[in-house]
Write a protein that binds this ligand. Structure first.
Ligand SMILES: *Cc1c(COP(=O)(O)O)cnc(C)c1O
Length: 386
């Protein structure tokens, strides 16, 4: 079975992890800060805080921005559930902005209209979380302009997008956001097994993120809220945090993977270009790039148009899987998940998102997908539509 995504682990990666296993520190050692520095340098951002998943990063990013009960967070319905769940963890509400039918990212037009209405009703969002779907950056400059007009904060969910560029600058430089979040799950661009990172240019936010990932505990005298006493002098818990720390084994894997990040992304581009060319004659809509952006190509999405053989998404899914090609649906609109429906969202809430999820599938793309395997994917698709 050819999967839709998979990690690429080499000898150096394995040695890096083994080195940590032979060292003094398995966690809270020197490799986590080294990995953080490599991400910060790569992205051109001041602060990077490593955590045990992007889900954790989204949670503490919301908390650091002061999200709590009575607040509303907006995100895209076409994303992994974690993009929305983070609001609920903080006791806030979540709402969804429909997608752009060409890029499949959050529509800036819909965002603009929804903000205008929310201003009148007095329920503007505290934070908007744009998701760089498939690794293709959202049009952040325009979203940022709206944030200045309406006063919301921005967390970029860049779980798909490390190695991507927006207007020629790396995603994660936070030029148009407060915090950017990356995921290092094995299907993503680089991996640490499980892992995530929150990056920011804001020193105070970085300090909060660090506190929140480790129980709210500080051993920095300057951060201690009460003067160190005989009883509580070595460390103090100053707020309610979590154990969201990344281990040094994970960081070693991430640090080693960072050396190949640009190669991973350029290989993904070769694969995507080949799909673009060979699939253009089939009744498929491929994703478009409408502004200056360099995708990380985490996913390759095809959208099935009306076709003479009446192949539907469901049928294509079954036929491809039966031929040994793992295809997947990214994603069902989050508010259509049973949990969200029970929170009062009705089917049809975002019309473009609904059309999208009934017509799209993602096909295999990952750096170790060899030519022969890609040919098989293309052959299967061509046969099915012939
Ligand atoms: C994978 C993913 C996450 C969650 O990442 P984890 O590291 O698995 O917690 C969040 N948002 C999006 C868009 C994702 O694809």
């Amino acid at each position: 079975m050819i999967p839709y995504g998979r990690q690429d682990i080499n000898k150096d990666d394995i040695e890096a992890v083994v080195d940590v296993l032979r060292s003094d520190f398995l966690t809270q050692g020197p490799v986590v800060p080294a990995f953080e520095k490599s991400i910060a340098d790569y992205c051109g951002v001041h602060y990077a805080v490593a955590v045990n998943s992007a889900t954790s990063a989204l949670h503490i990013a919301c908390l650091a921005l002061g999200v709590g009960e009575g607040d509303v967070i907006w995100t895209s319905p076409i994303s992994f559930v974690a993009s929305a769940n983070c609001a609920l963890y903080c006791g806030a509400d979540v709402d969804f902005v429909d997608i752009d039918p060409q890029t499949f990212n959050m529509s800036v037009e819909c965002l603009s209209v929804k903000l205008e209405q929310a201003e009148k009703l007095g329920n503007l969002p505290k934070v908007v979380i744009p998701v760089h779907l498939c690794g293709q950056p959202c049009d952040m400059e325009r979203i940022h302009a709206l944030s200045l007009k309406y006063g919301f904060k921005i967390i970029e969910d860049a779980s798909h997008a490390i190695g991507a560029k927006y207007k020629n600058r790396p995603v994660g430089n936070c030029e148009f956001s407060d915090i950017t979040v990356f995921s290092f799950h094995p299907v993503k661009i680089i991996t640490t097994g499980e892992g995530g990172m929150a990056v920011t240019n804001n020193e105070i936010l970085a300090k909060y993120l660090r506190l929140l990932r480790s129980h709210g505990i500080t051993n920095n005298l300057l951060d201690m809220q009460i003067h160190p006493t005989d009883e509580v002098w070595n460390y103090q818990q100053v707020l309610l945090g979590f154990n969201y720390r990344m281990t040094d084994m994970q960081a070693a894997l991430g640090l080693s993977q960072m050396k190949r990040l640009d190669d991973f992304v350029s290989t993904r581009h070769l694969i995507a270009d080949r799909y673009d060319e060979t699939l253009s004659n089939l009744p498929l809509q491929l994703s478009e790039h409408l502004y200056e952006a360099y995708s990380a190509h985490h996913l390759y999405i095809i959208r099935i148009k009306k076709n003479k053989r009446s192949i539907t998404q469901r049928k294509l899914y079954d036929l491809m899987n039966a031929s040994g090609v793992g295809v997947n649906l990214h994603y069902i609109p989050i508010y259509r998940q049973p949990y969200y429906e029970s929170k009062g969202f009705s089917p049809g809430y975002c019309s473009e998102a609904e059309k999208y999820y009934k017509e799209t599938l993602s096909i295999p793309i990952y750096p170790t997908l060899i030519d022969k395997q890609q040919e098989k994917v293309i052959c299967c698709l061509t046969e099915i539509f012939k």
